[in-house]
Design a protein. Structure first.
Length: 68
């Protein structure tokens, strides 16, 4: 286990970066709509798996103290 300390602003920046990465780099255009990505996000199995991994990490960041 690794313990890191972030300010609330840094944590928010990480979450926004994950969201942007999912939307612009991993998802296929036909799964995107108004800033939201519909499941599975990509027809490419590797990209779909990476989207799920990013979403799990985002959930951990949300549950972290001071997560938003």
């Amino acid at each position: 286990m690794i313990t890191l300390t972030f300010t609330p602003d840094e944590l928010n920046l990480l979450k926004e970066a994950l969201d942007s990465h999912i939307y612009w780099q991993l998802s296929d255009e036909h799964y995107r709509h108004s800033g939201f990505v519909y499941d599975p996000g990509s027809d490419d199995a590797e990209h779909a798996a990476e989207i799920q991994a990013c979403e799990r990490l985002d959930q951990k960041l949300t549950l972290a103290p001071n997560g938003r």
